[in-house]
Write a protein that binds this ligand. Structure first.
Ligand code: CAA
Ligand code: NAP
Length: 247
């Protein structure tokens, strides 16, 4: 496989780390994009090196802020060259029943989980099209597909990710650039372990496989979609959720 340059947002979180490692194992050069307020960047890089992942390039940027993202991608390209594979992975939750949800909780999730796709993809998609090759992989969620009580903000944003994916896939279909989404079910990261224990128990029981996904099980899907042979796959949403019922 030819080495490509892959930029992963939210790279130092649970899923992001697994995605960076999987892309690196597949032979790609990885740019790990992290939140400017994340304090443990050096420690994360050291842990990756200790685990055998030596070449990661770290760049800081707030995906919810267009100016910040412009600078982040410019720095990434200066260090690693043009981005061939973009993984829009950064995301947050601000769970509240809609009756109690405040506008700032709505805005934070829409800006970070959906408007970020405009901010980051905008920096790379036209250049991918000019070069005639690209892979854009957007991390949605089962809760964007089925809806989830307590997550009107998050479900709306993640459903929006799927709409964005299908629309941009059509625009880039003749340019060698594929655009796909992954809709993970509940994965064992801090986003999920933060859920109240009794609620989390109910969630796990509702999954036919009766367990959370391992982050690597999502990283593998990213590598699949980034592959040369995924060139005919576009506008798709890959559901990886242990059989979770959509009804
Ligand atoms: N459907 C309908 N109503 C529900 C409900 C459900 N699933 N769950 C709770 N309710 C009702 C309750 O019965 C209760 O009603 P009353 O006021 O009439 O008694 C009301 O909603 C409030 O429920 P809670 O006591 O749970 O309210 P809370 O304020 O303590 O907590 C919450 C609200 C934070 C949203 C909490 O319910 C919660 O954490 N729910 C889980 C949400 C969830 O699945 N988040 C996923 C996070 S991980 C992630 O997002 C990753 C991914 O992509 C999969
Ligand atoms: P996580 O461990 O909390 O990682 C999220 C990452 O996004 C963190 O590194 C976080 O950085 C970063 N981030 C948040 N806001 C950002 C911003 N404004 N700019 C730049 N980076 C930002 O959660 P995760 O489970 O790995 O989630 C990764 C993605 O998968 C999210 O999009 C999530 O919605 C999606 N997802 C997760 C699950 C699941 O069950 N875990 C299921 C389906 C989809 P800081 O920590 O420094 O803020």
């Amino acid at each position: 496989m030819s080495q490509r340059v892959a930029l992963v947002t939210g790279a130092m979180g649970g899923l992001g780390t697994a995605i960076c490692q999987a892309l690196s194992k597949a032979g790609h050069k990885v740019i790990a994009a992290y939140h400017p307020q994340f304090d443990n960047k050096d420690q994360w890089l050291q842990e990756q090196e200790a685990a055998g992942f030596k070449g990661f390039i770290a760049v800081a940027g707030d995906v919810a802020d267009l100016d910040s993202v412009q600078k982040m991608v410019a720095e990434a390209e200066q260090q690693a060259g043009p981005v061939d594979i973009l993984v829009n992975n950064a995301g947050i939750t601000r769970d509240k029943m809609f009756a109690k949800m405040e506008r700032d909780q709505w805005d934070a999730v829409i800006n970070t989980n959906l408007s970020s796709l405009f901010n980051v993809t905008k920096q790379v998609s036209a250049k991918m099209a000019e070069r005639g090759w690209g892979r854009i992989i957007n991390i949605s969620s089962v809760n964007g597909v089925k809806g989830q009580a307590g997550q009107t903000n998050y479900s709306a944003a993640k459903a929006g990710v799927i709409g964005f994916t299908k629309a941009l896939a059509q625009e880039l279909a003749t340019k060698g650039v594929t655009v796909n989404a992954i809709a993970p079910g509940y994965v064992a990261t801090k986003m999920v372990t933060a859920i109240r224990a009794d609620i989390l128990e109910g969630i796990v029981n509702s999954v036919p496989m009766k367990r959370l996904a391992k982050p690597e099980e999502i990283g593998f899907a990213v590598v699949f979609l980034a592959d040369e042979l995924s060139g005919f796959t576009t506008g798709a949403t890959l559901n990886i959720n242990g059989g979770l019922n959509y009804q």
